[in-house]
Ligand binder design. Structure first.
Ligand code: ZN
Ligand code: ZN
Ligand code: ZN
Ligand code: ZN
Length: 913
């Protein structure tokens, strides 16, 4: 395991409590814990501050191109963009230069001298070669271009709309401001704490409640009361509904008063149509892709993105800002950059790394590899770092990222680096896993996923000193060690001491004390049923004797305290999150796919096969390896466990994956990197028919021949990993029933299909007459296809070794193969569907009675059916065999008085199969 950093908890999300740790599990843990390098420290509150709670304000605005500082007063007037000669290339974002029409070829285009020469002047990009002449933009003078461009921007739709919104809200804002100041509503800065900040954040948008008739359930009572009072006084809610200048759809807008004011012709419907027609013509004549502006280019023009590249305009360079940060509680400044735009220094910089010990975690390789080797490794890695101030981010000498195994015990080394000039004494406590959860009454805590033991929970860390001070001290230490080794006669050739020796020297549990770094050991026993990433919440308390010198040394290294008079013992506590590694279930495969997916959260109700051995066995059991030049359509591909198994077969030509879960995309992309053109991903929801037509529209099935239904299609296979929801069932039924009219992909022939799906679905499908769960599904699909369960050796069990799925998911997944019959066993699938749908409603009724109720007069069919051999007794609907059903359906279909519309439009939605 590489050396990792512990994360620190900021108390802005949850107040500090010694007994209750912050959540250690994703997703909350990620938001509440931060890397030490991201944190600030407020000396006055003696508290950690993170970027989420620190209040930001702009220290200065500047142009990143010319580094000119723009006074905040003019920022607004210049619309947040540089008013000097700074422009961005519309094609590549590189900065543009002003050049004359006859530039001196000896002068580089980017230099200022290039703009001396004959007018007209133009903007030119010396990166991509774009120039403004292409879009008919030239200038008479080489100066003041920004103003000209800004003038050109002025009537643009987004600015007009923005002004329109401003005009709309202005009176309202002014009135509410007046009201607030009148009633002394502005909180004084001294008392304005986090409370008021968050109160302002969470208050209702004024007027929302009244306008949309929200009740007190959603709007806070006090806010509602305040709102009502405000309304009563000033009639705040007189604000009329806002109507935008340019509607998002259509474009046929009535001329607004603003247009009239500006003396412009109202935009007419015909103009819009004409524009669209022009655009369409341009697109038709388009010969290369570059005619159309890239999406990233279009994002820059927020309102009405130009479609063609020739409509892109150069943009004035957007300004950037340097930010100061304040403590949200005491409002003291934590970070203040120097005002000058070209300076990277800070006037005030209270970063937490100067106050809190840096904590790194390292997991020792298992003892079997050899403890001697491992100590050398860690000591060496530690030696390569200077003990003092540096962060060791990106430290990854040890690349052994082996997962944890349940039931084993691991040893971790926790290193503490003291940034203070005083020695500190650290006390550690590891919270019981899951201790952050508040248990409901009667609820018992789940068993812990691990148990941590610290042989030494209190230890000293030496004070920080400048590097040269350590250099003086170091030889002594080494000499001492060498002496010690000589004395015991155990002098190693490398001159390093064994861990046991160090332990003897420093006491149990302390691995090493070196300069201002102390490393202690921690043993972690992983529970037998633990799976997934493990993180320990550790409470760190450090105590130090505050110096009685009147003024502590100037920043950056100062202890977190107000300068006290007497020597005092100060202490500070905080929660940290220690990454321990990821537990793999015992016996689980250690394939790359499996390991990588441990870090990805699964999609609910969608178990995805990721056991590569079983996937290989499965595609063989489905017989794909015996087909020729196969094209496979794989739906709900997930991370591509099945797809990979197909691609490994030499007779598989193409695999088309239909998958829209974004989290699995990197995995499918990886397959693409490996297998190139043989795999295509269609990012569509496989539940929609559009997904399947898109596969055809993209021409992905063009080389799949159409084969008559008398034989099984030798080149075409379909597979799917069904979600274990009602939608998964619906999809399965729809796909298989498409066989009935040779619809969908069955137009190309008798395509075989393989499905992974929830076992309850298969139980319904294979239920026998008389079974309690005998279901119309058992009757419906078998006449269309031979459906058999696919057995493979592993039986896909245990599920945790096979599927990427939510933890503790009780569902079971198994496989079936569907081979369409050359000839359906029923004459009309619709008739079968109709009679089963209507008769299974009352499945515990004698069939003769049930048949009579499906349509007026249907009872007359009973004698005819008995003639054909359907039993003449009080057998229940639930007990009819498939043959009986086929006879009923065929007889019903041939009956001249049957209802003409058999398909019930509403049945699909209401019927849960
Ligand atoms: Zn915070
Ligand atoms: Zn500029
Ligand atoms: Zn360019
Ligand atoms: Zn503060």
């Amino acid at each position: 395991m590489a050396v990792q950093e512990a994360l620190f908890h900021c108390t802005c999300t949850q107040p500090f409590s010694r007994t209750r740790p912050p959540p250690a599990e994703a997703p909350l843990a990620q938001y509440e814990h931060h890397a030490l390098s991201d944190l600030l420290f407020c000396e006055d509150c003696d508290a950690i501050r993170c970027n989420q709670c620190a209040a930001c304000e702009v220290a200065c605005y500047y142009c990143p191109n010319c580094l000119f500082e723009v006074p905040s007063a003019s920022v607004r007037g210049e619309k947040n963009r540089c008013a000097r000669n700074c422009f961005q290339c519309p094609q590549c974002d590189h900065s543009l230069s002003v050049v004359a029409s006859d530039p001196d070829p000896s002068i580089p285009l980017s230099s200022a001298a290039a703009s001396v020469g004959e007018p007209p002047y133009l903007l030119s990009c010396n990166f991509c070669g774009w120039d403004s002449k292409q879009i008919g933009m030239t200038f008479e003078k080489p100066t003041g271009l920004a103003l000209q461009l800004q003038k050109a921007e002025e009537p643009s739709a987004d600015l007009l709309e923005y002004d329109h919104i401003k005009d709309h809200f202005d009176p309202f804002l002014r009135r509410s401001q007046a009201e607030a100041s009148g009633s002394g509503g502005i909180p004084s800065t001294s008392t304005a704490g986090t409370g008021s900040v968050s109160a302002r954040l969470f208050q209702d948008p004024v007027g929302l409640a009244a306008r949309y008739g929200l009740s007190g359930v959603t709007v806070g009572g006090s806010n509602r009361a305040r709102l009502a009072a405000a309304e009563a006084r000033t009639g705040l809610d007189e604000l009329s509904p806002y109507s935008s200048l340019s509607p998002s759809r259509g474009g046929g807008r009535q001329g607004s008063s603003r247009d009239a004011r500006k003396g412009k012709e109202p935009r007419r419907e015909e103009d819009h149509v004409e524009e669209e027609a022009e655009l369409l013509a341009a697109l038709r004549e388009m010969t290369d892709w570059e005619t159309v502006a890239g999406v990233d280019r279009r994002w820059n023009s927020s309102w009405k993105p130009p479609v063609l590249s020739k409509d892109l305009r150069p943009l004035r360079t957007p300004l950037q800002a340097k930010l100061s940060k304040r403590c949200p509680t005491c409002l003291h400044i934590l970070i203040k950059p120097e005002q000058k735009s070209n300076s990277v220094r800070f006037k005030i910089k209270l970063v937490a790394a100067n106050y809190l010990p840096q904590i790194t975690v390292y997991r020792r390789p298992p003892a079997s590899i050899g403890s001697r080797l491992s100590t050398i490794g860690t000591t060496a890695s530690r030696r390569s770092r200077t003990g003092g101030s540096g962060f060791s981010s990106g430290d990854s000498q040890t690349t052994d990222d082996e997962p944890l195994r349940p039931g084993r015990t691991y040893t971790y080394e926790l290193s503490f680096v003291n940034p203070l000039y005083e020695p500190i004494h650290v006390r550690l406590a590891v919270a019981r896993p899951g201790a952050h959860k508040l248990l409901a009454e009667g609820e018992t805590a789940p068993p812990p996923t691990f148990a941590a033991h610290l042989p030494t929970s209190t230890f000293p860390v030496a004070a920080y000193a400048e590097d040269w001070e350590f250099e003086d001290a170091e030889p002594e230490e080494d000499e001492m060690i060498a002496e010690e080794q000589a004395a015991t006669g155990a002098g190693g050739g490398d001159g390093r001491t064994s861990p046991s020796k160090r332990s003897r020297k420093n006491g149990a549990g302390i691995v090493e004390r070196r300069m201002n770094r102390t490393t202690v050991a921690m043993d972690v026993a992983v529970a037998r049923d633990a799976v997934g990433p493990l993180k320990a919440s550790m409470l760190v308390t450090y105590v130090y004797q505050a110096d009685d010198e009147p003024a502590p040394p100037p920043s950056p290294t100062k202890s977190p305290q107000k300068s006290g008079s007497a020597p005092e013992v100060k202490s500070f506590s905080f929660w940290t999150l220690i990454p321990l590694g990821t537990v793999l279930p015992a016996g689980a495969p250690t394939s790359q796919l499996f390991l990588d997916l441990l870090q990805v959260s699964p999609v609910r109700a969608r178990p995805q096969l990721i056991n590569e051995d079983s996937a290989r066995a499965l595609v063989r059991a489905w017989g794909v390896d015996k087909m020729h030049d196969v094209t496979v359509v794989d739906t709900y591909s997930g991370p591509g466990g099945l797809a990979k198994a197909y691609l490994e077969l030499p007779n598989v030509k193409n695999v088309i994956c239909i998958e829209d879960a974004f989290r699995y995309r990197p995995f499918l992309d990886r397959l693409k990197g490996e297998y190139g053109d043989r795999i295509t991903t269609v990012e569509r929801d496989p539940f929609t028919w559009e997904a399947y037509s898109e596969v055809e529209q993209q021409g992905l099935l063009d080389d799949v021949p159409t084969v008559g239904f008398e034989r099984v299609h030798p080149n075409f296979f379909f597979s799917g990993q069904l979600p274990n929801t009602v939608f998964g069932q619906q999809l399965f039924v729809q796909l298989v029933s498409a066989i009935a009219g040779h619809m969908w992909y069955f137009q190309r022939g008798r395509m075989q299909m393989g499905f992974l799906g929830p076992s309850p679905l298969w139980n319904k499908l294979f239920a026998k007459p008389g079974d309690a769960h005998y279901h119309k599904l058992s009757v419906l699909l078998h006449p269309l296809a031979e459906i058999e369960q696919t057995e493979i050796l592993s039986q896909l069990l245990p599920a945790d070794h096979h599927f990427h799925r939510p933890r503790n998911d009780p569902g079971q997944t198994s496989a079936v193969k569907v081979t369409p019959r050359a000839k359906s066993l029923v004459k009309s699938y619709d008739a079968l569907e109709y009679v089963t749908r209507h008769m299974f409603v009352s499945k515990a009724t004698p069939w003769r009675k049930a048949l009579g109720s499906i349509a007026p007069g249907a009872g007359n069919l009973v004698p005819r059916l008995i003639e054909q051999g359907v039993v003449d007794d009080d057998r229940l609907v639930n007990q009819l065999t498939l043959e009986d059903w086929i006879k009923i359906a065929d007889t019903f279909d041939a009956w001249p008085f049957r209802p003409t519309t058999l398909f019930d439009e509403y049945a699909f939605e209401s019927d849960r199969i």
